[in-house]
Design a protein around this ligand. Structure first.
Ligand SMILES: C[S@@+](CC[C@H](N)C(=O)[O-])C[C@H]1O[C@@H](n2cnc3c(N)ncnc32)[C@H](O)[C@@H]1O
Length: 434
């Protein structure tokens, strides 16, 4: 499946208008229609609707209705809804007034690509995306679970990135673009973050990261846009740079310290819900004498879950040295070994790698791209009794499940959590065993 949410930038100001019958949701928060046999991925629509949409990518050359040679060779086009001709009963006024289809696409803030859909139907559509990914990439025969609500669908983001452009306008980027869209209110953000963002004075061009940790006090970092792609950023502070501020998050009775810009779940309920889901799936399968792995461990959230379930030998593996240092502090009361390493290298590190995982549990919580074939093969070779895979991308999950299935590990239970309301993102937790 192509991910239509990524790819070359779009220019919403050019391109023909098409009247489209929308048939399905696609991976990436866009919807499927057809025009003269070609797939058109259209934004801001709903399956069952007829919409008028402007083709934005590829941009046809002037004077041509369907485009130049390059456009004709493309297997799919992208388009943005500009008018709803026949509305779905699931359509609602967009949660973000500025994202309404009556505005030019380049002036609609991104981040809430399902915000025009009734919330229960958003979850039904996300389940369809997961089911399609499982059917197409995981070998079939796996039923996608219902998507569970968190209870907090509005003003949920505890971490927000805003941008300041050359004209000193501040706001989120428009969808699929790097254009800043000033908004009256950031409807996805926690109210304190929105208030803090509106109180920011004149700022230089760049990006601002706002964080509301458990104490409710908003912190913000101002950075040049160029740092976004810096690899050094992920390895911790650079020489001559101040050590990042530390903030505290809480799950149950336990405190987790982390860098203000370190990885933590964005939804305020997410860490506790994921801890609960992992514990639910692993209940009764944690053998105290075996070694247990928390791979892509961050500051130790799931290592703490394993400890609570009775694991006595736990190794958490994480590539960020600062996160690993925090994990050691966060799990002082627990016998945990925290390793700073890439997971793929750790699994092949011989004596410095895993020793006695047969019969134990392995938790994987990789970035969006998934764990990949080599890591999955190396995990299966350890012969754990239970594997829990925490995934924020259905297609990456499905591909890794296919590899696990080829090695004898079958998905036994799965839970899907709506940790990103009004956006297409979905968190899935799967339990596998032989
Ligand atoms: C989705 S986060 C999960 C963190 C943690 N499990 C939690 O829930 O808070 C993924 C983590 O993997 C780390 N990471 C990314 N690639 C990695 C790799 N190849 N090896 C080890 N850690 C990696 C990131 O730094 C990040 O902390």
């Amino acid at each position: 499946m192509t991910d239509p949410s990524t790819g070359p930038g779009t220019d919403a100001s050019a391109g023909p208008l098409l009247d489209l019958d929308v048939t399905a949701i696609a991976h990436g928060g866009v919807f499927v229609a057809r025009h003269e046999g070609r797939v058109v991925f259209v934004a801001d629509a709903i399956p069952g609707e007829r919409v008028r949409a402007r083709v934005t990518d590829p941009v046809p050359s002037t004077g041509s209705e369907t485009g130049n040679g390059a456009a004709d060779k493309r297997s799919f086009w992208r388009a943005e809804t500009v008018e709803v001709l026949d509305a779905s009963p699931h359509r609602r006024p967009h949660v973000w007034a500025e994202a309404d289809v009556s505005r030019p696409p380049e002036q609609r803030p991104g981040g809430a690509d399902l915000g025009h859909i009734e919330i229960g139907h958003q979850r039904a559509l996300k389940r369809q995306v997961l089911q399609e990914a499982l059917d197409r990439f995981a070998g079939g025969g796996i039923a996608a679970p219902e998507v569970e609500a968190t209870g907090t669908d509005e003003n949920w983001r505890t971490r927000v990135t805003l941008h300041v452009d050359a004209e000193h306008r501040i706001g989120p980027y428009a969808a699929r673009s790097h254009r800043v869209v000033p908004v009256a209110e950031h409807v996805l953000a926690r109210p304190a973050i929105d208030a803090a963002a509106r109180a920011l004075g004149d700022l230089p061009e760049g990006r601002i990261e706002l964080v509301e940790p458990a104490d409710g006090q908003v912190r913000f970092l101002v950075r040049p846009e160029s740092e976004r792609f810096s690899r050094k950023d992920r390895r911790g502070p650079r020489r001559g740079r101040p050590t990042p501020e530390t903030v505290i998050e809480r799950v149950g009775g336990r405190e987790f310290q982390l860098d203000v810009d370190g990885f933590w779940q964005i939804h305020p309920d997410a860490a506790a819900l994921l801890d609960g889901a992992v514990a639910d799936l692993l209940q009764g399968s944690v053998a105290p004498e075996a070694e247990h792995l928390d791979l892509y461990g961050g500051v130790g959230l799931f290592a703490a879950t394993l400890a609570r379930l009775g694991a006595r030998k736990i190794t958490t593996v994480e590539s960020s040295p600062r996160a690993t240092r925090h994990a050691v502090e966060n799990l002082r009361d627990v016998d945990v070994t925290a390793v700073t390493a890439r997971v793929d290298r750790y699994l092949r590190a011989g004596d410095a790698g895993p020793q006695n995982v047969a019969g134990g549990a392995v938790i994987l919580d990789p970035p969006r791209s998934g764990a990949g074939r080599a890591v999955v093969e190396d995990v299966a070779a350890l012969d754990p009794a239970a594997i829990v895979y925490v995934a924020c991308d259905p297609v990456a999950l499905a591909r890794d499940l296919a590899t696990f299935r080829g090695l004898g590990y079958e998905p036994r239970r799965m839970r899907a959590l709506d940790l990103f309301p009004h956006s297409h993102h979905l968190e899935t937790v799967a339990l596998l065993s032989r």
